[in-house]
Write a protein that binds this ligand. Structure first.
Ligand code: NAD
Length: 495
């Protein structure tokens, strides 16, 4: 069945075929057990399935399986790892329709967004398949008395704690480099989006990934997620989620000195100078904040405009925001649902507070529904203009389709506004002045800067934050560093 057939079938019957049951441990699905949690379709605000809540024993079994499998996998030849990871990419593509429709129903995003996520997941496996046989060390010059070189060794069992906004591609961006480097995996998807990781684990197994090498246990973060952070058998923990949970994970993992990658929140700025084209700026800002209903850690949630182009940019952007059609992700809307009832309430509380403070509301500002069914958890595309630097709508991550706008006159002022939050994930600057764009790029305290575009770059570029946006890098060649340990070896050349 094509994605459209699957979508039509779901919209008519309210059910999905072939939902995985139980956890994926040691190469197979375990029995579902009695502890279960309901899974909601955010586009309808209705329950569509149940999934298993993992317990301590199940997580323990998954980590044990991963530990056994890691010993074998590190000895599998790099070309063989490469072949298996390429098989994974092929199977993701062959199953893209099923995975994408499942992701829409589980997360609330649009079908086009989910299809993009599945394709990126396949690309991540291809990219890191190509790295599996290139993890070389280097020869080090210590003079004639020694021969010295380094090797990169796999770290062993790796844990992956996954958020709900990009369930498929966050799984792939951690699991693919871990496997390429010779590590094994235990993954825990978020409570509201448990299903695609289970399907992906099954496809990995079908592609030739040995039993026990990739395990997925679904359940509560406070329960089995914290258990992962505590377990000394996990040698690297890759966490993507909120700052508070990231801090808690780091504290829990500290006694074992577990290696950590923290991909946390953001409040990323798009700065536009007086020489920028207002149409291009408005287009960049539109996609930066309204893609995935604004639930993106690197969303462009702060628009920082030179006063001379403020009115032109906001006129275009407001018109486009007001025209957005929200709807169930399988009905080709412009914007999908937000992920949960609780998250919708959080977004609304932020915007209500901004309105109560007298914010200049140019668009949106309230909850919405699917225009056809009157159901679902949606938030109107919202623009709050002319905010002061210390306004909570400027400082706090709202993680929804809510844009805050600030104005500036000088370059120094723009830099100070852009760097003026506790986050530092990405930034973008629109200007035709090359020198100025490079000065801004250098001044930004964040992990990535784009000039005259917002979502520039792909999985080949390292991605990660500064400040409270976290540490460590995923994607790109640097994405392998978390999963390898460098060892230096010296040989005395003495006779
Ligand atoms: P969250 O922190 O609530 O949950 C993230 C994951 O952590 C979930 O799997 C959850 O079950 C688990 N978890 C919860 N409590 C835990 C605990 N005590 N120990 C171990 N694991 C625990 O975040 P969320 O609401 O799922 O995601 C939204 C946040 O994630 C936003 O702040 C967003 O910016 C951030 N995020 C960052 C990136 C990035 O790459 N920087 C990407 C996506 C999302």
């Amino acid at each position: 069945m094509t994605a459209l057939d699957l979508a039509q079938d779901y919209l008519t019957r309210g059910k999905l075929h072939d939902l995985p049951e139980g956890h994926f441990i040691d190469g197979k699905f375990t029995p579902a057990g009695n502890r279960k949690m309901e899974s909601f379709d955010p586009g309808r605000a209705e329950i569509f399935a149940e999934f298993s809540l993992g317990d301590e024993a199940q997580m323990d079994k998954a980590i044990g399986a991963a530990e056994r499998a890691a010993g074998h996998w590190r000895q599998v030849s790099p070309p063989e790892r490469c072949r298996i990871l390429n098989n994974v990419a092929r199977l993701f593509r062959e199953n893209a329709d099923r995975l994408s429709v499942l992701e829409v129903v589980d997360s609330g995003k649009t079908l086009a967004e989910a299809q993009g996520d599945v394709q990126s997941s396949a690309r991540l496996f291809e990219y890191y398949a190509g790295a599996a046989d290139k993890l070389d060390g280097r020869s080090v010059n210590l003079g004639t008395a020694y021969t010295a070189f380094t090797v990169r060794e796999p770290v062993g069992v790796t844990g992956h704690i996954i958020p709900w906004n990009y369930p498929t591609s966050t799984f792939a961006r951690g699991v693919a480099p871990a496997l390429a480097a010779g590590c094994s995996v235990v993954a825990k998807p978020a409570e509201t989006t448990p299903f695609t990781a289970l399907v992906m684990a099954e496809l990995l197994s079908e592609a030739g990934v040995p039993d026990g090498l990739v395990n997925v246990v679904t359940g509560l973060g406070s329960d089995i997620g914290a258990q992962m952070a505590r377990d000394p058998r996990i040698k690297q923990l890759t966490f993507t989620g909120s700052v508070n949970t990231g801090v808690s994970v780091a504290q829990t993992a500290a006694p074992n000195v577990t290696r950590l990658t923290l991909e946390l929140g953001g409040k990323s700025p798009l700065i536009a100078f007086e020489d920028a084209d207002p149409e291009k700026v408005a287009d960049g800002a539109y996609w930066a904040i309204f893609s995935n209903s604004g639930q993106i850690c690197s969303a462009g949630s702060r628009l920082i405009l030179h006063k001379s182009i403020r009115d032109d940019v906001l006129a275009i952007l407001t018109e486009r925001a007001l025209a957005i059609r929200t709807g169930h992700g399988l009905t080709s809307p412009d914007m999908g649902a937000v992920n949960s009832r609780q998250h919708l309430a959080r977004i609304k509380a932020h915007v209500d507070a901004a309105k109560a403070r007298g914010a200049n509301l140019l668009a949106g500002g309230d909850v919405a529904t699917d225009l056809d069914t009157g159901k679902g958890w949606f938030f109107q595309p919202t623009i709050l203009a002319d905010l002061a630097p210390n306004d909570p709508a400027v400082q706090e991550e709202i993680f929804g389709p809510v844009l805050s706008v600030q104005n500036f006159e000088t370059e120094d002022e723009a830099v100070s506004l852009a760097n003026g939050t506790e986050f530092g994930l990405i930034a973008s600057v629109y200007t035709n002045d090359v020198g100025r764009s490079m000065r801004i790029a250098s001044a930004m305290d964040c992990g990535q800067v784009s000039v005259n575009d917002y979502w520039a770059g792909g999985l080949e570029l390292p991605f990660g934050g500064n400040k409270k946006s976290g540490y460590g890098r995923e994607k790109g060649w640097e994405g392998l560093d978390a999963y390898t340990k460098v060892k230096s070896i010296t040989i005395s050349n003495a006779s």
